[in-house]
Design a binder for this molecule. Structure first.
Ligand code: FO1
Length: 325
């Protein structure tokens, strides 16, 4: 029996599982807490890439080919900007621009990112609650051998080419976690927390690094289940595996469990990584091996169902452990 679920999520990979969960759960059962450390100000606009990817995915209008932005997008504004020699390395589509214009104008009028995201979701017909990890400003900086660069400059402008030495989340010391997410972690009706297969280092870590969030996660009575973003030594999408190699972290599911050690109760990894079953079984987390590659909607729903069933299976054990603490 599932009451309420909190999913922690970044952009593209995480949004796929979020869509599967959205099919399995009703809007009052699912809350998606999204990384906002990728946010940045561009051409005077506040862009929240991961929130937009999750929001467009749940609204059924995401651009499947690009992985971000809106399906059937036009680029007239970008083309006109190019004529003036304006910055076009970060491609803002015509329809997508409306999201950023609305968000930016609302922020200027004093609304919170949480409330604005709620209004955007309402406009797009998304009933599930999508929450920014914080209403305060946190920005990922990427340390490279030639100095620190802002995340979107690394990811989009430099196409993830620079070698990664470290990450630094500017503003993390003072940013407060979203109070609605903290309240949910304490809600007796919370059945489980799912860490989507997003990049652990730049999508999930900023959420976990928010003041008090990891402690609240550890104290939650509901089990925490993570889905591996690594399959067969590679990441399905994005630079996770490249980052791991550059940080001298093995691109294995065991390295992902080590990263989340002390926080997670269960771990879902791919059939392709069956050779890690033995080392993983020594790591004090419940294990579930399945297909985690989400190509079709059916794959997303199946993985979501597997995660929810697995979460229920281990929730009994966690409540016994809590009583004995
Ligand atoms: N990603 C790109 O690779 N190139 C782009 O031009 C680009 C534009 C863009 C515009 C709005 C938006 O919400 C996201 C956009 N993204 C683009 C995706 C995004 O920057 C990254 O995928 C995430 O930050 C990583 O999670």
């Amino acid at each position: 029996m599932v009451d309420k679920v909190l999913a922690l999520c970044g952009g593209v990979g995480g949004a796929k599982l979020a869509l599967g969960l959205n099919h399995c759960l009703s809007p009052d059962q699912l809350t998606i807490l999204v990384n906002t450390a990728d946010d940045f100000e561009h051409l005077g606009l506040h862009i929240s890439p991961d929130i937009d990817t999750v929001m467009y995915t749940l609204a059924g209008i995401n651009n499947g080919a690009l992985g971000w932005g809106i399906e059937g997008e036009t680029w007239h504004c970008l083309a006109a900007l190019e004529v003036f020699g304006g910055e076009t390395w970060f491609r803002l589509g015509d329809r997508d621009l409306a999201t950023h214009l609305f968000r930016t104008s609302q922020l200027k009028q004093g609304a919170s990112l949480t409330d604005i995201t709620g209004l955007l979701c309402q406009g797009l017909g998304v009933e599930t609650q999508i929450l920014p990890m914080s209403d305060d400003c946190v920005r990922t900086m990427v340390a490279t051998p030639t100095g620190e660069i802002a995340f979107q400059h690394y990811f989009v402008k430099a196409q993830c080419q620079p070698t990664v030495c470290d990450f630094h989340f500017v503003g993390i010391e003072t940013a407060r976690p979203n109070p609605l997410a903290l309240a949910l972690l304490n809600d007796p009706q919370l059945t489980g927390i799912i860490i989507c297969p997003s990049n652990p280092y730049v999508s999930i870590d900023p959420i976990l690094a928010l003041d008090g969030f990891s402690d609240a996660l550890k104290q939650a009575k509901a089990p925490v289940v993570a889905v591996s973003p690594i399959v067969g030594g590679a990441a399905i999408k994005g630079p996770t595996a490249k980052m791991m190699r550059e940080l001298s972290i093995p691109t294995t599911p065991t390295a992902i469990v080590e990263h989340y050690q002390g926080l997670i109760d269960g771990f879902i990894f791919d059939n392709a990584d069956h050779q890690y079953k033995v080392p993983l079984s020594d790591m004090h987390v419940a294990l579930n091996m399945t297909n985690t590659v989400m190509k079709t909607l059916e794959d997303k729903i199946l993985l979501a169902e597997t995660a929810l069933t697995f979460m229920n299976e281990i929730s009994g054990q966690k409540s016994i452990d809590h009583k004995n603490m």
